[in-house]
Design a protein around this ligand. Structure first.
Ligand code: SF4
Length: 337
């Protein structure tokens, strides 16, 4: 349409990225926000993209699109050049990857620059001043990248030099405090924004450990296995089996949705209980153990028999096993992935 300049924004959904979009839009720029997802963060949004876009438009007046970068992300995570943070989080390379992807999309969006909500000094590793420099250098975004919340402490970028953005009108946020951002949000009438805790599974101590274990087996790293790893209770079985057991109806559905040829599905026959998926093994001992685990986490009927029926579905065929719940002492000996 018009000559209105356009920017692509990396949009995490956190307050800083919301504000970055708004302060740039306020200067007459059309902002196209991109939310990158992988199974480690925000993957569930893929199933409800339209709803999410509507919510972000209504709440924050921001146009957002979702982009799945899982395949590139898994490759990067096998060996991130800048290493890991406290857990299995490759924050610097994560940002570099997202910027590289955003840069590739600039022509399609007719964008002349990219924005992020980064703030100098806000996070120990990935938002130090020297690290911000590394991120723009290694993503090849250099002066294309405007960080509107802290631009005043950075050298002028192309958008400022071209007169699209007036840096004097930008706010100046720095450090870990949030007061400037909260004040800015109030000025825009933005309320109900998410807390900065974030939901990246790579920073969760327990999940990160499990993910790291999976990534030590390069041949097993793929989208399906990563999604499998991130659902339900997880067990590594003695004969090579890998078992995921749902802990809620949603997880039971998710477990079932991850079925692929070769996987076995286990469920209780006559009472409510979890859905389990057994991958990489159809060894009878692994199947019995899986059945005992399913019984253990299934509904107990007071006074009912200890042994209950478990349906095992393999290659479209159901068989019934009778099994008791796995006793505590055996559970303790099982490796939880
Ligand atoms: S916390 Fe997760 S999503 Fe955020 S930068 Fe680090 S690796 Fe990327």
């Amino acid at each position: 349409m018009s000559n209105q300049p356009t920017a692509i924004a990396l949009f995490s959904g956190g307050l800083d990225s919301i504000l970055a979009c708004r302060v740039v839009a306020e200067q007459g720029v059309r902002v196209r926000a991109l939310k990158f997802v992988t199974p480690f963060f925000d993957y569930d949004l893929l199933a409800r993209e339209a709803q999410y876009r509507k919510k972000i438009r209504e709440k924050y007046d921001i146009d957002v699109e979702i982009r799945d970068i899982t395949d590139l992300y898994l490759d990067m995570l096998l060996d991130p050049p800048h290493g890991f943070g406290k857990h299995f989080n490759p924050c610097i390379d994560c940002k570099i990857l997202m910027l590289i992807e955003a840069k590739k999309l600039m022509a399609a969006y007719q964008a002349s620059f990219i924005i992020t909500g980064e703030v100098v000094g806000q996070r120990p590793m990935s938002q130090r001043k020297d690290t911000l420099r590394v991120i723009e250098r290694d993503s090849g975004t250099d002066s294309l990248l405007l960080r509107p919340l802290c631009a005043k402490s950075q050298k002028p970028t192309a958008a400022e030099l071209a007169g699209i953005i007036d840096r004097e009108k930008l706010p100046y946020c720095s450090g870990r405090g949030r007061s400037q951002q909260i004040e800015l949000a109030a000025g825009f009438g933005i309320t109900g924004y998410p807390s900065p805790a974030g939901g990246c599974k790579l920073t969760d101590p327990n999940l990160a450990k499990q993910i790291k274990t999976l990534f030590s087996r390069k041949d097993m790293v793929n989208r399906d296995n990563v999604r499998f790893l991130l659902v339900g209770r997880q067990f590594r079985l003695p004969h090579g089996g890998w078992l995921a057991i749902g802990r809620s109806q949603d997880e039971n559905d998710a477990v079932l949705g991850l079925w692929q040829p070769g996987d076995l599905v286990l469920k209780l026959n006559d009472r409510p209980g979890p859905t389990a998926l057994l991958r990489y093994s159809s060894h009878p001992a692994d199947i019995s153990l899986s059945a005992a685990l399913v019984v253990r986490y299934g509904k107990k009927i007071p006074g009912g028999p200890l042994e209950v029926e478990v349906i095992v579905r393999q290659d479209q065929r159901d068989t019934i096993l009778r099994s008791s719940p796995l006793p505590d002492e055996q559970l303790a000996g099982l490796t939880i992935i």
